[in-house]
Design a protein. Sequence first.
Length: 74
Amino acid sequence: MQILASMKDDPAKKIMVFFPDASPLGTEIVHQCGTIMKSADITQAIIVYRDQVTSHARSVRLRGHKRRRGCPGA
């Protein structure tokens, strides 16, 4: 499942939220999210997952991705 939202003040600013069913979250899912974002011209996203993230997926970063303080794995 995925949700696309935009700001009320600036509809051009969009974010996509992904809720992958895969467990654990692997690189394939991360890359699929990146592909969807690229095709929709979205630069910001959140991936919400229930279980663990594989160590390899944790090391994968999408272009332009910045880790935020306080986020798991940051």
